[in-house]
Design a protein around this ligand. Structure first.
Ligand SMILES: [Zn+2]
Ligand SMILES: [Zn+2]
Length: 170
């Protein structure tokens, strides 16, 4: 009796583990659970997936399609459409990096833009991020304290951020 229960228990545990492992790996570009994450359709459209979004599955990843029509097209050539989605995503990322217009952004991905503060902290830009403006450039600061410190002497603050950037990306 006990043995049987144990076996079922192990099976259930394995199943749960498999489900947990499968979940994050499959949502390559966008998770419908994350409200502000966006996806790029194989057609090149950038959009925020919702509960009606259909996904193409290829290479162990999921690619959100912007419309029923795109999904049907993608199903005709799954590998090719997955590659298109990857290419378009790369283009959207580099474009987003330009659009952000913040001098100390070091990376942009589907979760947002990462910036390097003068204090050496890497952080994600958000609604609360304070900005230092100096020399026609905009620098994001990781905290209000860092911003206030830099704002006391913007020239020195900007120089400090530029120095950190130079260290990070020579
Ligand atoms: Zn599309
Ligand atoms: Zn800082």
């Amino acid at each position: 009796m006990l043995r049987r229960t144990l076996k079922v228990g192990i099976l259930a545990a394995l199943f749960i583990t498999a489900a947990l492992l499968a979940a994050p790996a499959n949502t390559a570009w966008a998770s419908p659970a994350v409200g502000n994450s966006f996806a790029v359709c194989p057609c090149g459209a950038v959009f925020v997936p919702d509960s009606t979004t259909k996904y193409l599955e290829a290479n162990g990843k999921r690619y959100a399609c912007c419309s029923e029509g795109c999904y049907k097209m993608a199903m005709l050539d799954q590998a090719g459409s997955a590659k298109l989605a990857e290419d378009n995503m790369a283009k959207a990322m580099s474009q987003a990096r330009v659009d952000v217009g913040v001098a100390n952004v070091i990376a942009v991905n589907e979760k947002g833009a990462t910036a390097l503060c003068g204090c050496g902290t890497e952080f994600t830009l958000g609604a609360m991020t304070p900005y230092l403006k100096y020399g026609g450039k905009t620098y994001a600061c990781c905290s209000q304290a860092c911003h206030d410190l830099a704002a006391k002497d913007p020239a020195a603050g900007a120089k400090m951020i530029e120095a950190k950037l130079a260290q990070k990306m020579p």
